[in-house]
Design a protein around this ligand. Structure first.
Ligand code: C2E
Ligand code: MG
Ligand code: MG
Length: 712
């Protein structure tokens, strides 16, 4: 781009001088064309300057009746900043000084004027002009930047006096006055402002004072501080204060205060969300964990208890599934409100998710208080929940664990409260349940077993063991009791006492019992078909199966299916089973008897059989319970009971078998008192079918009685 021409205004009334000066000025300077306008009077000069922007003016001192100095002053007064070279006469040095003061950039003595001098002066003036312009532009830019910033910015000198502030500071101070963090402006000592605020107890001001002093004295390169501040309008604001050392000769600092209220609010929201459940606004698990940790530390220090309640809504899933999630959500919100209202200040209720809530009672003096609180919580569910034209009745179950008794850390406490909750639910819902230490193992085992039980039948994990029953008259095997075993894939062999009650509870016993009966009958038939002497197989009949409507038909069908003669099936019943409804039992027993099936009364002596009923029950055999046999030779009472049972059975025309016979002494006692049969480890443990076949093949029998070993 071609550079613009250099425009010069020459103010001169002497025509000769004009010619002379014009002749000194080249038509080109530094590759730029030069144009000269001429003004011969004050008025002309002003008119030219108003009209045109010149790069340089040459003012002659003497201009008719006015002088160049007046012109210069007047020009500057009009705000015209064009550089002026002042032309003076010989000996007018004082005028030259005046001209410089009035704003001339350079002066030249007319008498000594040469082309060279004039050229040098013009070049110098123009360069100076350029530099000043750049500086001015830079300064303008800086202040533009500073003033466009929303942070409050002040520059302090070494003593802490404010030497500059930006617009934001000015604006803030206009509202907030001479109060920390602002102050009215330049000249004020900022350290003093901070000190006064600190003395008035403003925490941020105290820290700010220390920080600024540290940066001013060089012990710290910079300092930052986040502080909150209540504005005159009462709004809480947050500021980030930054103090940075100023490089260079100034040696002061720059102090900025940036409003970070929005960021703080966002952080606050994030923190809130991280610690609260979005649906109900209750604390979530994380916050609950914090609170419980704190409460445990306090309880430990002050030696008091605390309680954790695990609460869940009974059958919430049904509401959610049938009425939709929006109703489900509203219900949870209502429950949260009611729970919060029913607790004391200082207690915490949290939502874990789903329909699970946790309650923390951080200070418990008496366990009864916890029970009362649990009752109060159950109470709040008594009033129905009204949601979108629905009236919902819902209850809740509560499990409670106490610190320190039920666990010394949060995790254990929660786990145990959960176990207690499961127990509460199992007991029929809408109740609360305190944790007990036996519950844990039991509950755990129960859950595992219950889960496994369902698939055990399909997976063929059940096995049947057979324990021989031996006649004391002949010493030969006369029968075998069928005893169920569960080969659990993880827990190994499980005995029936552990899983039979569970199978009863879950109703699985019907299928299981049928399977046992069928397998036992089929196996017995198989032994008979293999040519072994026919034996009687004893099958334990569970109370539930006994009460089952189609029991008779079931047994009949199985006997037909397996083609086992009914005489070779013996059903073992307990006193409890038959006495629960004795009249009904008599009818069933009679039906069974009619079919030809044999009947034994198992575990005899442990129940509460009435003698009159015993007479009416059409049974064949009494089984003396193992517990009497165990101490038959050591405990005279047990010996008497065993003897009485044997005698009574014989008087009623019943056979007697003793179970759990382990020792020679027990055997001798039973023989001596004419017990008919025995069953026990002394002869054989319960064994699988193959092992039992071996016993039959070996024709294993009891050795005849040792005549020396009769009872003394
Ligand atoms: P139960 O009918 O009184 O069975 C006798 C129990 O005594 C069996 O325990 C047997 O293994 C054990 N026993 C036999 N001789 C001795 C001995 O000399 N010493 C000792 N210490 N114990 C001996 P098991 O197999 O654990 O069965 C326990 C109970 O489970 C049975 O008591 C019975 O009530 C029930 N049960 C077993 N199988 C079935 C079944 O298929 N159905 C039903 N409903 N109940 C069953
Ligand atoms: Mg039995
Ligand atoms: Mg028994």
């Amino acid at each position: 781009m071609k550079e613009q021409e250099i425009k010069i205004l020459l103010v001169e009334d002497d025509e000769d001088d004009v010619i002379l000066i014009k002749s000194f000025i080249h038509s080109e300077m530094n590759g730029r064309k030069v144009s000269i306008d001429l003004a011969s009077s004050f008025t002309e000069a002003v008119a030219c300057l108003d009209k045109t922007q010149y790069d340089i003016c040459l003012f002659d001192y003497r201009l008719g009746h006015v002088n160049g100095l007046d012109l210069l002053r007047s020009v500057r007064a009009r705000g015209i900043t064009t550089p002026v070279i002042f032309l003076t006469g010989q000996g007018d040095e004082e005028v030259a000084v005046e001209a410089m003061k009035a704003g001339a950039t350079d002066y030249l003595v007319k008498a000594k004027l040469s082309s060279d001098l004039l050229y040098k002066s013009i070049r110098y003036v123009m360069e100076l002009q350029k530099k000043e312009e750049a500086l001015r532009e830079g300064e303008e830019l800086n202040s533009l930047i500073l003033n466009s910033l929303t942070s409050l910015i002040a520059v302090l000198d070494k003593e802490g006096n404010i030497i500059a502030i930006n617009k934001a500071w000015e604006h803030f101070a206009s509202e907030n006055g001479n109060n920390f963090p602002s102050c009215t402006g330049v000249g004020v000592n900022y350290l003093k402002v901070c000190r006064q605020a600190a003395e008035a107890g403003i925490e941020g001001a105290r820290k700010a004072l220390v920080g600024i002093q540290a940066v001013l004295n060089g012990s710290q390169a910079q300092f930052t501080l986040e502080y909150s501040f209540r504005s005159f309008g009462g709004k809480e604001l947050w500021f980030l204060m930054r103090v940075v050392r100023l490089a260079g000769k100034h040696g002061g600092v720059v102090v900025t205060h940036t409003d970070i209220t929005e960021r703080k609010q966002a952080e606050e929201t994030i923190r809130y969300l991280a610690y609260h459940d979005a649906l109900t606004g209750l604390p979530n698990r994380t916050l609950f964990n914090d609170r419980i940790a704190l409460a445990m530390a306090q309880a430990h220090r002050d030696r008091h208890k605390l309680a954790v309640m695990f609460l869940d809504l009974d059958r919430f899933k049904i509401i959610n599934d049938t009425l939709g999630h929006s109703i489900g959500d509203k219900l949870l919100q209502d429950v949260a409100r009611r729970l919060t209202a029913c607790l004391r200040e200082g207690d915490t209720v949290a939502r874990l998710g789903g329909d699970e809530f946790l309650v923390l009672l951080p200070r418990v003096d008496q366990v009864e208080d916890v029970a009362k609180m649990a009752e109060r919580i159950l109470e709040i569910f008594k009033i129905p929940f009204r949601l979108d034209n629905h009236e919902l009745f819902i209850s809740s179950s509560i499990g409670i664990a106490l610190y320190p008794g039920d666990g010394d850390n949060a995790q254990t406490l929660l786990k145990n409260a959960d176990t207690a909750l499961n127990r509460a639910k199992a007991q029929g819902r809408n109740i609360y349940q305190f944790y007990t230490s036996t519950m844990n193992a039991r509950a755990f085992e129960r859950v595992i077993l219950e889960r496994g039980l369902r698939r055990a039948l399909e997976q063929e994990e059940f096995m049947i063991y057979y324990q021989p029953q031996i006649s004391l008259h002949t010493g030969h095997i006369v029968g075998m009791e069928v005893l169920l075993r569960w080969q659990h894939p993880d827990l190994g062999l499980i005995l029936p006492m552990k899983f039979i009650p569970l199978a009863e509870d879950t109703g699985l016993i019907a299928q299981l019992g049928e399977w046992v009966l069928r397998t036992a009958c089929a196996q017995n038939k198989a032994w008979q078909q293999a040519g072994f002497p026919p034996l009687c197989v004893s099958v334990n009949l569970s109370p539930r199966l006994f009460k089952q409507q189609n029991l008779i038909q079931l047994i009949d069908r199985i006997l037909k299916e397996t083609q086992l003669d009914p005489h070779y099936l013996d059903l073992e019943l307990t006193e409890g089973t038959t006495m629960e409804n004795a009249e009904m039992a008599i009818t069933i027993l009679q039906e069974l008897k009619k079919m030809g099936v044999r009947l034994s009364m198992d575990d005899f002596g442990t129940g509460y059989s009435s003698l009159s009923y015993l007479k009416r029950f059409p049974i064949d055999r009494l089984k003396i319970d193992r517990s009497f046999v165990l101490n038959i030779t050591a405990n005279p009472d047990d010996a008497v009971i065993a003897m009485l049972i044997i005698n009574m059975a014989h008087n009623l025309n019943l056979k007697v078998i003793a179970e759990g016979v382990e020792t020679e002494e027990q055997l001798s006692f039973l023989r001596f008192h004419h017990c008919d049969e025995i069953q026990g480890f002394i002869f054989s443990q319960p064994v699988p079918a193959e092992a039992f076949t071996k016993l039959l093949e070996e024709k294993r029998c009891l050795p005849p009685e040792n005549p020396d070993k009769t009872e003394k």
